[in-house]
Design a protein around this ligand. Structure first.
Ligand SMILES: CC/C=C\C/C=C\C/C=C\C/C=C\C/C=C\C/C=C\CCC(=O)SCCNC(=O)CCNC(=O)[C@H](O)C(C)(C)COP(=O)(O)OP(=O)(O)OC[C@H]1O[C@@H](n2cnc3c(N)ncnc32)[C@H](O)[C@@H]1OP(=O)(O)O
Ligand SMILES: CCCCCCCCCCCCCCCC(=O)OC[C@@H](O)COP(=O)(O)O
Length: 377
């Protein structure tokens, strides 16, 4: 292990990174709260400010992936579509099998200049995750309860509000609705069988209703669907903790641009179209498993320095007062103050560990585990 690698694996380094993320995140959340009066005067100005504030948070996580761990992200795509990326609104359909797939998505957002405005159809529970969830509130992220009776209205309403969004955005949809586990795969393939649908090997059966409502609501707003299929070389199973430890992964993303006009308007036809799309995605994964690459040419955008610059800015701003505080603390000699400070630090690191836990598949929800028994009733 090299000296740099040894340094990256040190708990103290992780504590520093988490401290900067936590304190800067809370400051930014506070600044976002201060933009509320701006909404009353100019909604578009408030949105533009929030895009930039959100960038300050999410790009820190991108910096961990791109600069700290040095993870390589390769893009396979058609050269004719490439110039349009980042220059139009798009609905991104991505497979959901990896703990850091959202972060790889963010990395491409960063490289195409849409990180601050990127959106997702996220489960409601994520709205309560401090910093990221609170940031999402101000970004007009669309939340769902994964209960169609309730979601059909709320999801549509939230999407309609994005029609006059002032900057280009990508709207991410994990149509599988939950992360891939062998159990969930087995259950969803039983559902596929009961519906007479072909089986999938690498994906869960997609949920079609959210896709249909998204396409319908964003017609005239989004220009295309970016069908995106992600995998990692050498069967890597990347984790956020791995990234924090400086582990380098190798992500490959295959993107096809499909103009929105090509997607059927009728709900049933749209569902069939999505099922066919997932059959194709499955065949791309099969190709990847056999050859170690996706079809098509590589058109990788290079990493940009902004995420690193943002991280260095917040580090300089926040580590200096921390240093002063620690010096004062030690020189004060007060046992009570020292014990209280250690307790605060421990609570903060437990909090960050809990946030990281939200990305872990072993802590995934039970959604998609039980549907078959419901169907059998
Ligand atoms: C150039 C570069 C390109 C790309 C770069 C890539 C990406 C970058 C883009 C943007 C990045 C932005 C942000 C990323 C940051 C962070 C994201 C992090 C996390 C968020 C992720 C989540 O929270 S995922 C979970 C929430 N999302 C979803 O669930 C979406 C999908 N779900 C739906 O659409 C659902 O339909 C629903 C949620 C709207 C409603 O849920 P419900 O459960 O009620 O679903 P359904 O009504 O669909 O279910 C009933 C039907 O499903 C059948 N069924 C039953 N069991 C199963 C089963 N196990 N599997 C499949 N289907 C099942 C059932 O029979 C019913 O059938 P019907 O015939 O009645 O439809
Ligand atoms: C700088 C880094 C410091 C570390 C900070 C950690 C911050 C963690 C931020 C949490 C971001 C939340 C994104 C979670 C993405 C995710 O993958 O959610 C799962 C859902 O799709 C599906 O849920 P499930 O049904 O449980 O599979």
């Amino acid at each position: 292990m090299g000296l740099l690698q040894l340094l990256k694996s040190q708990f103290l380094c992780h504590l520093i990174i988490c401290y900067v993320f936590l304190v800067s995140g809370l400051i930014i959340n506070l600044l976002q709260l201060c933009t509320l009066p701006v909404w009353l005067v100019s909604k578009q100005l408030a949105r533009r400010i929030n895009i930039r504030l959100a960038y300050c948070i999410s790009s820190q996580m991108v910096a961990i992936l791109e600069w700290w761990s040095g993870t390589e992200c390769t893009l396979y795509t058609d050269p004719k579509s490439y110039p349009l990326y980042g220059k139009e609104n798009a609905i991104v359909v991505l497979n959901h099998a990896f703990e850091i797939d959202f972060l790889c998505g963010w990395t491409f957002c960063e490289r195409f200049g849409v990180l601050g405005s990127s959106k997702v159809l996220a489960k409601k529970q994520l709205a309560y995750v401090p910093i990221i969830g609170w940031m999402w509130y101000f970004l007009e992220i669309v939340f769902c309860k994964r209960k169609w009776e309730e979601d059909r209205r709320t999801v549509n309403e939230s999407l309609e509000k994005l029609r006059d969004y002032p900057e280009n955005f990508w709207f991410l949809l994990y149509c599988e609705g939950t992360r891939f586990t062998p159990k969930k795969h087995q259950v969803s393939m039983q559902v596929a069988e009961s519906k007479g649908l072909s089986k999938l090997k690498y994906h869960l059966l997609p949920r079609t209703k959210g896709f249909w409502v998204t396409v319908q609501s964003l017609r005239g707003t989004a220009a295309a669907v970016y069908d995106s299929t992600l995998n990692f070389r050498n069967n890597e199973m990347p984790t956020l903790l791995g990234l924090l430890n400086g582990k380098k992964y190798h992500a490959d993303l295959y993107v096809r641009r499909i103009p929105l006009e090509l997607i059927p308007e009728d709900e049933k036809e749209c569902a069939e179209w999505l099922h066919k799309l997932y059959q194709e995605k499955d065949s791309f994964q099969e190709h990847y498993a056999k050859t170690g690459r996706f079809p098509g040419p590589i058109m990788s955008p290079p990493r940009r320095p902004w995420s690193l610059i943002n991280w260095l800015f917040w580090s300089c701003l926040l580590l200096y007062p921390l240093g002063l505080l620690l010096t004062q603390l030690i020189s004060s000699g007060s046992v009570f103050t020292i014990v209280a400070s250690v307790a605060v630090c421990s609570a903060a690191s437990l909090g960050v560990r809990w946030m990281i836990g939200q990305t872990e598949i072993k802590r995934a929800s039970n959604y998609g585990n039980k549907e078959v028994s419901l169907n059998n009733n």
